[in-house]
Design a protein around this ligand. Structure first.
Ligand code: PA5
Length: 476
């Protein structure tokens, strides 16, 4: 029995495509639209960007490029570990934040039933607190049967304050419940192989460990054990997920901008930014892709929002990503997109086929204003609303593109992750920035370490306590 992702016809039918018609002058008008020649004129820059990406990859820096096709052993290990342990686990909790949580949340929303945790399935219930809110976390710890719960503590650095605090609290609760001897059966650590304190703790406690390759940054790590261990526990086919990423990797390997989906969309986003469209909206018309937009928001913001260029010049660049959801946000944000400033590009995601559909009953024929809905389906309504919004935006000369997803499944999710990662890598090159660091985030972390008295951060503590006093007259 062959897996469907080995069948070329099925794979091609599941290909994710990008429709960029509405980015161009022909549809949007010359005031805001992009000319195809402008894309052509980028050829030299794109060629250089492509070479830079390849160079960094060859130097072993961009590990995300290798993930789709280099993890056979890791996948074997994860699958057999999940298979062995899944049956005994009622709840699987991810303790991680940012890049160590958002990919798993996106996978969960996309690939598990919307009410997975309320359904009686083979897979455990999944929880990702993704924050240090005390009320929420306490409630979780008091709600779950900790004897039947496994926590996957995910931190590449092994020092992130939020993750390590949640771990320390969870560890205490679990120890009280199951005793010290059984503690190791309730924790997995996913971290760097060679550094960080989580590794030291996990070794001391005898926790099962999975490793995040050093050359894969947090927000590019969903296809490492960061996302894969959770996915295997949740019953997601991780081989198909990686096969989808490998399929997109092939499509994105050409330097020819008009043939490479990541490059064409990245280039158009870059050109739009240069024309003052500094906001980038991601708006899936499928609730299951809602958290993909959240994952993408972090990828785009943390990678591209930078103060300095690679040449150390102050440039303060970065498109602001906005997550939206169709049709929900038609009743919230769409007014602004239609009539507000011409500062946005809208990226729709359209799903061609839903796993299931619901027919609207044939009722109230005599009541105009309701009767037109009779015998249509919810999928029809969602798709029509997307296309209507797209047309309305286009008529108002608002740049928009559509990512077309044949169906939401492991294969297409793998494609989407890789597509957006490569698009981000390209735009980082076009801006001439380092898309793989996050110096701005680090500064906030360092102040927190200083205030909490962590060794080595004494100067940050001093700076924090010497910050300008706030004036009462401005606190109203
Ligand atoms: O993308 C990133 O690098 C960050 O968002 C990190 O994933 C986040 O800060 C968590 O870091 P860590 O995995 O080291 O705990």
């Amino acid at each position: 029995m062959g897996a469907r992702y080995k069948d070329k016809n099925w794979k091609d039918a599941m290909r994710v495509r990008i429709d960029v018609n509405n980015m161009f002058e022909e549809y949007i008008g010359e005031k805001h639209g992009i000319k195809p020649e402008e894309v052509d004129e980028m050829a030299e820059k794109i060629k250089k960007a492509h070479q830079n990406i390849n160079k960094q990859h060859t130097e072993g820096k961009l590990g995300f490029i290798d993930l789709p096709d280099s993890q056979n052993e890791v996948v074997d290990e994860i699958e057999s570990y999940a298979k062995e342990n899944r049956q005994n686990v009622e709840n699987f909790v991810i303790l991680g934040i940012g890049g160590s949580a958002l990919g798993s949340i996106a996978l969960q929303t996309a690939l598990n039933d919307a009410y997975h945790n309320l359904r009686d399935t083979d897979a455990p219930n999944i929880f990702v607190p993704d924050n240090v809110d005390p009320e929420r976390f306490k409630s979780l710890l008091e709600t779950l049967d900790l004897k039947k719960t496994v926590f996957n503590v995910i931190s590449k650095s092994g020092t992130t304050a939020e993750t390590m605090s949640l771990f320390l609290i969870a560890r205490e609760y679990v120890e009280q419940e199951v005793g010290l001897d059984d503690l190791r059966n309730h924790f997995i650590a996913t971290t760097s192989k060679d550094s960080g304190k989580l590794r030291v703790i996990a070794q001391r406690e005898g926790f099962k460990m999975f490793y995040i390759p050093d050359n894969v940054g947090g927000r590019f790590s969903v296809l490492t054990p960061v996302g894969l261990v959770y996915a295997a526990f949740a019953g997601i086919d991780i081989r198909e997920l990686l096969a989808g990423a490998a399929y997109m990797k092939k499509l994105c390997s050409t330097p020819k901008v008009w043939e490479n989906p990541a490059y064409i969309n990245g280039t158009l986003q870059y050109l739009a930014y240069q024309k003052g469209k500094k906001m980038s909206v991601m708006m899936p018309y499928s609730h299951s892709l809602k958290d993909l937009a959240d994952w993408y928001r972090q990828l785009w913001a943390e990678s591209l929002g930078k103060e300095k260029s690679r040449d150390d010049e102050v440039i303060n660049v970065g498109p602001t990503p906005i997550k939206a959801l169709g049709a929900t946000d038609q009743h919230s944000q769409a007014q602004l997109y239609m009539e507000g400033p011409y500062d946005k590009v809208v990226n729709f995601i359209e799903v061609e086929e839903f796993d299931t559909d619901l027919q609207i009953p044939d009722l109230y024929e005599d009541i105009e204003g309701v009767s037109y809905l009779r015998s249509k389906t919810l999928a029809d309504l969602l798709k029509t609303e997307k296309r209507a919004t797209e047309l309305a935006l286009t008529e108002r000369e608002r740049l928009n593109a559509t990512i077309i997803v044949p169906k939401v499944n492991e294969f297409t999710m793998g494609q989407l992750f890789y597509l957006f990662e490569m698009q981000t890598a390209l735009v980082g090159e076009l801006f001439n920035i380092n898309a793989y660091n996050q110096p701005g985030v680090e500064l906030g972390k360092k102040y927190t370490y200083g205030v909490f008295g962590r060794n080595g951060y004494e100067d940050m503590k001093e700076e924090y306590y010497n910050r300008p006093n706030k004036k009462g007259k401005y606190i109203i």
